[in-house]
Design a protein around this ligand. Structure first.
Ligand SMILES: NC(=O)c1ccc[n+]([C@@H]2O[C@H](COP(=O)([O-])OP(=O)(O)OC[C@H]3O[C@@H](n4cnc5c(N)ncnc54)[C@H](O)[C@@H]3O)[C@@H](O)[C@H]2O)c1
Length: 324
């Protein structure tokens, strides 16, 4: 019998990729309140439930028993916490986490897998390692730090539930259109260049990220589900262990699209903890879960260019506040 897996935020970018790639392996249910996600992201093998992960009744609508719960719902990037988004951003992220972990335990799951973030590291020394001291540089990262500490305490009380937090690096791939201006830089640059718009780059463009294809994130989540129960409460980096500058991404996209668009460079307007560089040490997840990145940047960008459908993009702006 297939394992039953609930994915909160399952109609969003990462969640829908997990559901679509793994619905033949697992019996998958996606819960999403459609704040950013879209049911159009999901294939027909995934059961979709429209509802809120902050609400126990909505979680119960998804089913009585699960083997694993993957918690991806929440306020998913730092700009969403600005101005009017501040209080709701916190409430949504923290409440959806605590309701989902409680629901996971009550539903009999033996794995609770959740999204933390590499943003926690701020401008720590590179390569980024799980045991470095971290001081979350913005409200978004604070909510993920809260998840990690909540998970640690929860596991002390309920050790029968294995808990795995993933500090995702910069994730890109298909199904980001519904995220619009909150999508990864690769997608936002791609959409701009394809429409002959000059993307805006903050600073000199030499900032770099450990760009990771969503298929490899899905791989890690499956490994966490399949690892025998009893391994406790863990936090892992997921990345490629390689980094690339925005300028180099830009050149690769121009070449892949056969264009010669010039970006516009502006002084960096981000005041709160802008990250200059990101590069993960992935040895822990490699040793403990057997994770290996499989999609090169060239392959991942090639696939995005091949499947480009500009009609699907929700809302972007080449000069609005970049999400990362
Ligand atoms: N994409 C990245 O590079 C990245 C990096 C680090 C961490 N993360 C984390 O991974 C998770 C998934 O990110 P994503 O990129 O797929 O973002 P996303 O915004 O596409 O996905 C989140 C989904 O959750 C839904 N949602 C929000 N609040 C909800 C609630 N209360 N109940 C039900 N659904 C709700 C949204 O509608 C959306 O579909 C997020 O927690 C994000 O913070 C993402």
């Amino acid at each position: 019998m297939k394992k039953r897996v609930l994915v909160t935020g399952g109609a969003g970018f990462i969640g829908s990729n997990f559901c679509n790639l793994k619905s033949d392996v697992y019996d998958v249910v996606a819960l999403d309140n459609l704040f950013l996600g879209s049911p159009k992201n999901l294939n027909s093998n995934t059961k979709f439930v429209q509802g809120d992960a902050c609400n126990l009744e909505d979680l119960q609508q998804c089913g009585d028993t699960f083997d694993a719960v993957i918690h991806l719902a929440g306020t998913s990037s730092a700009p969403m916490f600005m101005d009017d988004g501040f209080a709701d951003g916190y409430v949504n992220s923290v409440e959806s986490f605590v309701r989902s972990i409680e629901f996971a335990r009550q539903s009999g799951a033996n794995k609770f897998i959740y999204a933390s973030t590499s943003s926690l590291y701020g401008n720590n020394p590179i390569p980024l390692l799980e045991d470095q001291d971290v001081t979350p540089p913005n409200h978004y990262a604070v909510t993920k730090f809260c998840y990690e500490h909540c998970a640690r305490c929860y596991h002390q009380v309920y050790p029968e539930l294995d808990i795995v937090g993933f500090r995702f690096m910069s994730v890109y791939g298909p199904n980001e259109e519904s995220k619009g201006r909150y999508a990864n830089m690769i997608s936002q640059f791609l959409w701009d260049i394809a429409r002959d718009l000059p993307p805006v780059i903050y600073g000199d463009g030499e900032q770099f990220r450990d760009f990771t294809n969503v298929a490899d994130i899905v791989q890690a989540m499956e490994l966490a589900i399949e690892t025998p129960a009893g391994f406790g409460n863990k936090v892992y980096n997921i990345g490629r262990g390689e980094s690339t500058s925005f300028n180099d991404i830009f050149k690769t996209l121009n070449a892949a699209l056969g264009k010669d668009i010039e970006p516009i460079y502006i002084p960096n307007p981000v005041k709160e903890g802008y990250v200059k560089g990101q590069h993960a040490d992935i040895s822990l997840i490699q040793e403990e879960l057997g994770y290996q990145p499989t999609v090169t940047l060239k392959q991942g960008i090639g696939a995005l260019v091949q499947d480009l459908d500009l009609a699907k993009i929700r809302e972007t702006s080449s000069d609005s506040l970049r999400s990362n």
